[in-house]
Design a protein around this ligand. Sequence first.
Ligand code: CAA
Length: 389
Amino acid sequence: MSIAIETAGLSETQRQIVELAREFARTRIEPHAAEWDRTKHFPRDVIAELGRLGFLGMATPEEDDGMGLDAVTYLLALEELAAGDASIAVSVAIHNAIPTTMLVRHGSPPQKERWLKPMARGELLAGFALSEPGSGSDAASLCAQAVRDGADWVLSGAKAWATNGGTADVMMIMVRTDRPGARRGAKGISTFIVPTDAAGYRPGKPEDKLGLRASNTVAIALEDVRLPAEHLLGEEGLGFVYAMEGLDVGRLGIAIQAVGIARRALEHALAYCAERRQFGRPLREFQAVQFKLADMATRVEGARALAHAVAARKDRGEEITMQASMAKLFASETAMWVTTQAVQLFGGYGYMRDFPVEKLFRDAKVTEIYEGTSEIQRIVIARDLYRGA
Ligand code: CAA
């Protein structure tokens, strides 16, 4: 019995995708993950390889040059990448979940031709920027501004913690398009498609993070970035809604990323407890250890099952806002708990960089923070519970 994804019950497409992702993670990602973590190295070449294999177009319809995978299959692939290295998984997940969803739903035919199709073919890497130094959980309070100048828009302001922001080719950026003195809250926000080679787009140096150190996270200064009108996505004033729709899908991706981290920590713990002997017997023979491993496995299975149930709901065309928050909340707290137990089981070795579980423990933490903190997920869930009451 394994805690990895069982391929027996999968469709032929799902089995092929899982095996491709698993093999890629085993050979091209995991052997290098500790080094990338140590050196804060973002392996753009590995992302490009994943792009050539189709992983940057997983969620894009086939008519837009993507794989057109259903959400369940998308999660299966993402879990395998996350089990290899969560830094790689988040880069792929952001690209597939947020900019892709935004363009699929709201892009004009020329925007799809120019941006979505090359993104799906893996020729362009995308990211998105919502947060700002003064606006995190309260996302609608953002201040970056776009002002009309003739037929153009001119963007200025500061963005924070943007995944892929220093390496992407294109970023979806949320800015205000309402006027000072006539602020419209969430309805004053619009989304722009910003090529990162635009004059005035200035990414900062990669942030020095606790975990996910190989993913590219930067602050961005927008210094009078001039864009023609066709870079406005969808309708002016609906950018916040587009961001929230993208985050619904994004949060599901973070849930499965957390499952991948937790599963890998459990796999390491199972192997270690079978091998490590104390008091004359392997750790796995102590009932206290067995109970811990049993609880870890139960939570990993539970978190995966919940994420898959939400993905199936998405595939049926149902709303997933509350359920995606539940999946992310449960999976990220599972990842933090499971990796903490794994470090504990490894004892002194668990605290050392030479062993794999301390990295998984550090990587797990951000899943409780980004794409909405656990507190924000609880707010979203509680609000939905009362909707219509
Ligand atoms: N789908 C569609 N529309 C939605 C929506 C959703 N999931 N959620 C909200 N909306 C709409 C609302 O219906 C509302 O429109 P109407 O007034 O027309 O009804 C509008 O958006 C405003 O919504 P709220 O009134 O609910 O807005 P709020 O200011 O109260 O904020 C919030 C709600 C849930 C707290 C939101 O601010 C939030 O999710 N905050 C967390 C932000 C976040 O997750 N940031 C992560 C950034 S990305 C990142 O982590 C970096 C990275 O690259 C990984």
